[in-house]
Write a new protein. Structure first.
Length: 168
């Protein structure tokens, strides 16, 4: 006696509801229409190969001095609001920053200010005093700030100063 299995295969897996469309997974690649080995070899050689390059060096982590200098320039030039630095400041630094930003010492017409040079002095364990030269077009300005590392190991700005405003 021959037994015939009458169970039909299910079009979808049973562990997923039938209406679910999961967008978190990438879509499958293009389907192969031919299993002929000669056709597959021809398509492999016909595809352009990406140029081979030397392995890249791992990117150095951004230093807190560079990160804070860029953030302060963005605020003092008017590209970002002052409250953007609220969680990155401690003590009276936020008040100083708000006062400086109101004056707009780094605001320029035309070119955006950029950090040209940066240096720092290790004032103590977990404290850095940083100076930066800010260029905007042909003008060069000075920016100084102090960073202190808190108990939570996060750097916070505790003081901010800019050079004297040039007289027109």
């Amino acid at each position: 006696m021959n037994k015939v299995m009458s169970r039909t295969p299910h079009p979808r897996p049973r562990h997923r509801p039938p209406t679910r469309h999961d967008t978190r997974r990438p879509s499958p690649g293009p389907r192969r229409t031919s299993t002929d080995s000669r056709t597959a070899a021809a398509t492999r050689t016909a595809r352009p190969q990406p140029p081979r390059t030397a392995p890249q060096e791992p990117a150095r982590p951004t230093r807190p001095t560079d990160l804070f200098a860029d953030r302060l320039v963005a605020v003092l030039s008017g590209q970002r609001p002052v409250h953007w630095m609220l969680r990155h400041t401690a003590g009276r630094a936020y008040d100083e920053l708000a006062r400086l930003a109101a004056d707009g010492p780094l605001r320029t017409r035309g070119t955006r200010p950029v950090v040209r040079d940066i240096g720092y002095y290790v004032a103590g364990e977990g404290a850095l005093e940083v100076f930066a030269r800010i260029a905007a077009g042909s003008r060069l300005r000075a920016l100084a700030f102090r960073l202190e590392r808190g108990a939570d190991l996060r750097w916070r700005c505790t003081a901010v100063e800019t050079g004297p405003r040039p007289t027109p």
